[in-house]
Design a protein around this ligand. Structure first.
Ligand code: DGY
Length: 323
């Protein structure tokens, strides 16, 4: 009789996912309930056949080597997988999976919540009330920007970008997008979206919303030059990965009113936030809440668990990442 495969889980996951994992092997759950240090991660991985990882875990060749030759699958509980060295794992014959689809609507909702919060100054208004500062209604009080007829520039019209575009269309916005490839004619027609070059998108958008994955090409895509290319009345929304934006350049641009505001759910050095952003009233900040609904987080974890179970059974993973 073979020993049960060991499934290393780096952070607490919903019970529904644990139930699936227990059908596939012996679950070794990190006790720490915080991001593991690189040493702890290697220790947690030692001897594992599967690793269920979180977006803050850096899973590279060293972690795979710490796991040893038994390692067959790394299931990231996130759609983004910039934390995983997919090539190093592929070289070692390890399948990598992510969780596309299940978090699309929740992330698009949060994107729109941030977009509305920054354009209508909701955070700023709330801070004013909580500070018990005097105020009274008048026609020029805390005016923001309306969305009707304004242009939303979507960088990366993948599943989440499209879900954001659907919401924007319902708010009467014009949609332009940029990205490596052109969307289907049908998708463009449904969304009323037009493909533009990145420079044009920056120049004409009233709101720029980032939905591209973090890759070497998109790291610091929004830098000082890109920010200078935006309208002074424009807003930036980032719900993808922090390093797509050069955060210090953004703080500088906001402090000098080069753009009107920014709403950020993700940070370049997460969980740290660039100090220059913290005091600016034109910034809305959220602690990586894009997929943070009970249903979505459960579906993400269950999908990751099903990927593990499939690979350990010898079946194809449900949502593998291409090496
Ligand atoms: C992801 O899945 O990549 C998200 O950032 C988690 O919310």
């Amino acid at each position: 009789m073979h020993d049960s495969p060991i499934i290393a889980v780096t952070r607490r996951v919903p019970e529904a996912a644990l139930e699936v994992l227990r059908t596939a092997g012996a679950v070794s759950l990190s006790e720490a309930d915080r991001p593991l240090t690189p040493d702890e991660l290697r220790e947690q991985a030692a001897g594992a056949t599967a690793i269920v990882s979180m977006l803050h875990d850096r899973i590279d060749g060293a972690v795979a080597d710490a796991a040893g030759p038994s390692l067959r699958v790394v299931a990231n509980v996130a759609v983004g997988y910039d934390n995983i060295d997919v090539a190093a794992l592929a070289e070692r014959g390890v399948t990598v999976t992510n969780t596309p689809g299940v978090l699309t609507e929740a992330t698009a909702d949060l994107t729109f919540a941030l977009l509305l919060a920054v354009t209508r100054r909701i955070g700023e208004g709330e801070r004013l009330l909580r500070a018990k500062r005097p105020w009274s209604f008048h026609l020029g009080f805390m005016l923001g920007a309306g969305l009707q007829g304004r242009t939303l520039g979507i960088v990366g019209l993948g599943q989440i970008g499209q879900a954001v575009a659907r919401r924007a269309k319902a708010f009467g916005m014009e949609i332009v997008y940029s990205g490596r490839s052109k969307a289907d004619d049908r998708v463009e027609a449904e969304l009323g979206a037009r493909r533009a070059g990145f420079d044009e998108l920056l120049a004409i958008s009233d709101v720029v919303s980032l939905h591209c994955p973090l890759t070497p090409e998109t790291r610091h895509l929004i830098d000082a030059d890109a920010l200078r290319a935006m309208k002074p009345s424009a807003y930036l929304v980032n719900t993808t990965r922090g390093p797509v934006v050069h955060e210090a350049a953004l703080a500088e641009a906001l402090a000098h009113k080069q753009i009107a505001g920014a709403a950020l759910d993700v940070f370049e050095h997460e969980p740290e936030v660039e100090p220059g952003l913290l005091d600016l009233d034109t910034v809305v900040l959220a602690p990586h809440l894009g997929s943070a609904t009970v249903e979505t987080r459960t579906e993400m974890a269950v999908l990751a668990a099903e990927n593990v179970a499939a690979v350990l059974r010898g079946d194809p993973a449900r949502t593998p990442v291409a090496p």
